[in-house]
Write a protein that binds this ligand. Sequence first.
Ligand code: HSE
Length: 296
Amino acid sequence: MPIASATVRVPGTTANLGPGFDTLGLALRLYNRITVRRSDRRGIGITSPIDEPSRGPATAMLQEAATAFFRTAKKPSFGFDIAIEGEVPLARGLGSSVTARLGCTAALNRIVGEPLDREALFQLVSRLEGHPDNAAPATFGGFTASTLVGDKARAIRFPVPTTARFVTLIPNFEVSTPMARKLVPQQFSKADTVHCLTRVALITAAFASGNLEALRGCFDDRIHQPYREELIPQLSRVIRAGEKAGAIGGWLSGSGSTIICLTLQNPEAVARAMHRVLPDSSMHLLQADSTGLKGL
Ligand code: HSE
């Protein structure tokens, strides 16, 4: 039965986890709420506060997501107003674009009677994003390993122990993902490739088995972080400060600018140590989200 409006909640996410470039991801207890209301006009109106320069690109992104949704769901399109509100900041490497794309398509899906299931929404949003590493944890919650196999996204999810605290430092500056992707080289040495793929296997096995102590030393990356450090010059020092204060390790969240340390003890001390290196930032002590996309 079609309804006039729907609200969903989507968690923010952290992708890569160091060497797991474009594959590993994890959902955080940091949320955006997305409300879509069917309107009599054509097109999309964004009703939540948004600064003028961002309005055009955000409308285009949502229009593309809506068009893809109506085509995939085989439903006639309609105009709507959308509000995106919550705690996931823009352009900080915490998956805000997935909260918008997944939130928009999932709310539209509810309005037209849920023709798509969660897996179909994941496929749709992964295609729109170009890589599934944020879409997977945002959809399913927990820790995910994901990639495109042929033309289909595949994700495997594991729960994250509640003892894990993700100390999240959000700098007061933005990083553009397309620009940060240009900094990643086209080719890597055998040594750097082996360094990273062995660690990605260990990180995945550690989350799969719940043995988080085995993660120590595994987040060290040679694929993207060293090259993106010019955009976030404090990156290595923030991670080292967190580790000295007791964290298991840390990484650049997605393409940045956020930096996250995982700790099993003293999250406040880890947060203080990280913040001292980059005081122009906000700190959040988060647990992993285990739910993913949720209708409200
Ligand atoms: N993995 C992407 C990157 C960001 O590091 O560029 C998240 O999709």
